[in-house]
Ligand binder design. Structure first.
Ligand code: BTN
Length: 246
């Protein structure tokens, strides 16, 4: 455990990321602190989407870290490390074929099992603090019309302890953070690309203006851009520029 890091468990909150942001504004928060909620009334996802999660069934947690050694040019290494920690958590529960979908969803086959919302604060081009929000589908069995979602229980056929999963996730994240701090970068990049969904495959995307295009996913850079090979050559895209068609 990081010194002073605790778990704050809330029965209900609007969003654990919001709660972490409020804590950061009003008090000193020890690195590695986790805020976990049994219910989120306004869970948030990437691109302004909401994050729906059945009450008391899943892991909805936000961690606070201070990766001040990262800059705008390499900040995405932290996202890679976080995604891989969540991927490993799912994998060690006995689930095969777990991948990381850029920028940082975790998939089993083509179904999403976890989403990650990292909210970074910057100071003069350096990362100041990072709120790492993770939604992992654990014991939820029905997803309504979300046919592309799955959970640990659905995949493994048993219930899981959310408390135990959180303990393992905390330890993986802390290790990932220490590895990043000690600059184990080549293994981080290669592991991210080893598990990158669609790597070296032809995939279809939409540009922000709705135009569809197809290209081969090649790699993701340290600053979070994805490189896609098209007939016209290699293009790089930021998260706001494209979405997956699936
Ligand atoms: C996504 O896939 O769009 C990201 C989903 C992130 C959801 C988690 S749940 C815990 C934390 N609190 C939030 O409001 N969002 C993140």
């Amino acid at each position: 455990m990081f010194p002073g890091a605790t778990v704050i468990r809330l029965p209900t909150v609007d969003s654990t990321n919001n709660y972490a942001a409020m804590l950061l504004k009003t008090s000193k928060v020890a690195e590695g602190t986790a805020i976990m909620a049994d219910e989120q009334t306004h869970g948030r996802g990437q691109r302004g989407n909401s994050w729906q999660s059945e009450d008391n069934k899943n892991l909805t947690v936000s961690f606070v870290f201070y990766p001040t050694f990262l800059e705008t040019g390499n900040y995405f290494l932290w996202s890679m490390a976080v995604s891989l920690a969540v991927r490993k958590l799912v994998h060690v529960q006995g689930v095969p074929n777990v991948s990381v979908k850029w920028p940082n969803d975790v998939l089993v086959g083509t179904k999403k099992i976890a989403g990650i919302l990292i909210e970074n604060a910057w100071n003069a081009g350096r990362l100041q603090s990072s709120i790492v929000g993770i939604g992992l589908n654990v014991n939820q069995l029905r997803f309504g019309d979300k046919v592309n979602a799955t959970s640990l229980h659905l995949l493994v056929g048993q219930e899981f302890s959310r408390k135990r999963l959180l303990e393992i996730l905390s330890s993986y994240l802390q290790k990932a953070y220490i590895d990043l701090l000690s600059a184990k970068l080549d293994s981080l990049r290669s592991e991210y690309h080893q598990y990158l969904y669609g790597k070296d495959l032809s995939k279809t995307f939409f540009l922000a203006n709705g135009t569809e295009f197809t290209g081969i996913v090649r790699e993701v850079s340290d600053n979070g851009k994805i490189m896609i090979e098209r007939e016209s050559g290699l293009s790089s895209f930021e998260m706001k520029d494209i979405t997956w068609s699936y």
